[in-house]
Design a protein around this ligand. Structure first.
Ligand SMILES: [Zn+2]
Length: 182
């Protein structure tokens, strides 16, 4: 699988710091987000209606399209925000690309997998193959209540410092096929 990577450096290369700062306010406010042929697409409400924003991420420098006035002269905050949204919450972009557990061969692919796979999905898989939440709680020292709260946050796109470690733990246990019922 070809991973579409985008870094903040790439955005900073064509954008001013002020622009990136302004863009931060727009992160998460896009709708109808999707990836098509390495182009991120999303819509956002601006000062003059809804803007359709596009950011092509397989070119260097990045290329973009937006319907705002600023975009006629320079890389606008909407395009930067679309990029940041992809970096922070890639799973909001509808894509027919998805990486399977078996296909992970690099750190980047692992990160992509962690970002695009819900903790709930991993817990469900874990329950099917080996362990329940109670046992996971015992192994990780994270209470069942806290795990439930993290799962709920994860479903709502909210990130917790323990989200990825929990996902990694699930992944390991699923791969290992660790089973308490021998
Ligand atoms: Zn714009």
């Amino acid at each position: 699988m070809q991973l579409l990577k985008l870094t903040e450096e790439q955005l900073r290369n064509i954008s001013t710091n002020i622009n990136i700062q302004r863009a931060e306010n727009y992160v998460g406010k896009f709708f109808d987000c999707k990836i098509e042929d390495n182009i991120l697409k999303g819509k956002i409400r601006g000062n003059h209606g809804v803007y359709e924003v596009e950011l092509r991420i397989d070119t260097d420098p990045l290329t973009f399209k937006c319907q705002c006035e600023t975009s006629k002269e320079m890389f606008c905050k909407h395009a930067a925000a679309l990029g940041l949204t992809y970096i922070y919450t890639p799973w909001v972009f509808e894509s027919n690309k998805k990486i399977e557990r078996e296909e992970i061969t690099s750190i980047e692919e692992l990160q992509f997998y962690l970002r695009t796979t819900k903790l709930k999905t991993l817990l469900d898989d874990l329950r099917k193959c080996c362990l329940g939440v109670a046992q996971l709680s015992e192994l990780t020292g994270i209470s069942v209540q806290q795990i439930s709260a993290i799962v709920k946050d994860d479903l709502n796109g909210k990130y917790h410092t323990l989200t990825d470690p929990l996902k990694l733990a699930c992944l390991f246990l699923i791969e290992k096929g660790v089973n308490t019922k021998k």
